[in-house]
Write a protein that binds this ligand. Structure first.
Ligand code: FAD
Ligand code: PYC
Length: 403
């Protein structure tokens, strides 16, 4: 059968780097590629290179559990996550590439009285922000999720925050779709090209040292998720960001049994069913800083132990594979989209455990920042100096994943 695959066109070109570009983006994950795409589409800037030390989409973009929602608490978060969700809704058409966006509905279970109060507050905030979410009772939860046990002895289901527009998309396809579109605009995606240094003159960025040599640039975007601290260090500044592994696992494929996404934040677990039938399962981050993109036994045990009371069917599932990705955590669990102390060097990071859902909105906002040199309304509040000034955008609850 493979011979029918011969002669397929490559989706993106793999050129050698030119000596310089108008803009360079470090990191060909979802956020880096989306930044490049909207630089071209919204501002006509196409003399752009995207430098990737591994393979494109091989970082967190290809390792996440694909949950998309915009039910955050604070206004700046609602604005950027809702922008992202709106862009996701048309992304397949925009890129002419099927990203398999599936707005199947998302539930965040309330399993303690504190959680009920917290989620009611979020529902009110969301409705004031124009983000449609609703509070539903346990019977409605059971109707939407027939496999759930709402009468657990320790953690009964008291209700849920429900976002019908939430859901999933195919993570690789998001990266591939943006990559193909960037390449078609004439941008250079250069894989196996690690940035090892940042050069500057008179406080302005002039280029980057890479494993493929020096490449000059007028503007630099650092979009490297879990490696943000290291690359910021090369550019001469420190970030209030820690890197930790976040793990996930999938079961053997089974018949369709759950057509919504469920997050159970008190017990620290969440689950959805992939199109292949695998149950996609995750829990909290590792409890210590690390750069290990692997799974570990304790995580399987802790996450499944947490979920099995609410989903008894898990006890009979065989687990197929697990993995980890390195997430970049800020103290207020909100991202950074910001100018930096180095002129014409910009940074986009800190999406932590929740940046897949944000990719289109983040790319949109970062492209505006890089093109104009100043943040637009979507990015303004996410500057890196908010930590010095105490202007936190606290999303530690809405982030939804224990850390
Ligand atoms: P990445 O894909 O990691 O891209 C960064 C790229 O930079 C990498 O490809 C890396 O190789 C490259 N790079 C690093 N250093 C250099 C260098 N020096 N030179 C060149 N290139 C470099 N979010 C959600 O919204 N929903 C979820 O359900 C969800 N689940 C998750 C589950 C897991 C297990 C994990 C790990 C994360 C999850 N996330 C989720 C978070 C989400 O994946 C991340 O926030 C988001 O993907 C990070 O942005 P990115 O895609 O650009 O990062
Ligand atoms: O941000 O919704 C999220 C999420 C779910 C699992 C990991 N992150």
């Amino acid at each position: 059968a493979l011979r029918y695959h011969q002669g397929w066109e490559k989706a993106w070109a793999s050129p050698a780097p030119k000596s310089s570009y108008d803009a360079i983006i470090i990191g060909a994950g979802g956020h880096g590629l989306a930044t490049a795409y909207y630089l071209g589409k919204n501002y006509g800037i196409t003399n752009v290179a995207i430098l990737e030390k591994g393979w494109l989409g091989g970082g967190n973009t290809g390792r996440n559990t694909t949950i998309i929602r915009s039910n955050y608490l604070q206004d700046p978060s609602a604005a950027i996550y809702n922008k992202a969700l709106s862009l996701y809704e048309d992304l397949s058409q925009d890129l002419n590439y099927n990203v398999m966006f599936s707005p199947r509905g998302l539930l965040m279970l309330a399993q303690t009285h504190h959680e009920v109060r917290g989620y009611l507050r979020t529902v009110h905030a969301n409705n004031l922000q124009g983000v449609k979410t609703e509070w539903i009772g346990p019977e409605k939860v059971k109707e939407l999720v027939p496999i759930i046990n709402i009468d657990g002895p320790r953690y009964p289901v008291l209700g849920a925050l429900y976002q019908a527009r939430g859901g999933t998309a195919r993570h690789d396809a998001v990266a591939w779709g943006y990559a193909r579109a960037c390449s078609a605009m004439g941008m250079d995606i250069i894989q196996q090209c690690e940035v090892t240094g940042v050069r500057s003159e008179n406080g302005q960025v002039t280029g980057v040292e890479t494993t493929k040599g020096f490449i000059g640039t007028k503007k630099l975007g650092i979009v490297v998720a879990g490696h943000s601290g290291q690359v910021a260090d090369m550019a001469g500044f420190r970030l209030p960001v820690e890197s930790l592994a976040l793990q996930a696992l999938v079961s053997e494929p089974i018949k369709p049994c759950m057509d919504v996404v469920v997050m159970a934040n008190t017990v620290h677990g969440y689950m959805s069913q992939s199109d292949k039938g695998e149950m996609v399962i995750g829990g909290g981050t590792d409890g210590f800083n690390n750069f290990t993109q692997r799974g570990s036994f304790h995580h399987i045990e802790e996450t499944l132990r947490a979920l099995v009371e609410t989903f008894p069917m898990i006890s009979r599932l065989k687990m197929l594979r697990q993995w980890g990705g390195i997430v970049d955590m800020t103290g207020d669990r909100s991202p950074i989209i910001s100018k930096t102390p180095l002129g014409n060097c910009f940074i986009n990071c800190g999406w932590g455990t929740g940046g897949f859902k944000a990719i289109p909105g983040s790319g949109w906002a970062m492209a505006e920042l890089m093109a104009k040199g100043e943040p637009g309304p979507l990015a303004a509040e996410f500057n890196m100096w908010r930590f010095r000034e105490g202007q936190f955008i606290d999303e530690s609850v809405a982030a939804g994943v224990a850390h």
